[in-house]
Design a protein around this ligand. Structure first.
Ligand SMILES: [Zn+2]
Length: 73
């Protein structure tokens, strides 16, 4: 897979990604499998991963300023 910004290789890694779900709430999803560009800061998710992240974010408590959840496939 090639980066659509710079054309470098995208490599598969597991990392923690923060998502801003509303004005005051950040959710950090841990152990998320993504593709990270080796040449720039671009990264992308596979569709099933993105769908699962959406489900996780739907369950988050919006009263909290920071939530940390673990991605589980
Ligand atoms: Zn790139």
């Amino acid at each position: 897979m090639k980066c659509n910004v710079c054309g470098s290789n995208m490599k598969s890694i597991v990392t923690n990604i923060p998502f801003k779900v509303d004005q005051s709430t950040i959710v950090i999803v841990q152990d998320l499998p993504i593709y990270q560009c080796e040449g720039c800061t671009e990264y992308l998710f596979e569709d099933p991963v993105l769908k699962r992240v959406d489900e996780i974010l739907d369950t988050v408590n919006l009263a909290a300023e920071l939530e940390i959840v673990r991605y589980a496939a």
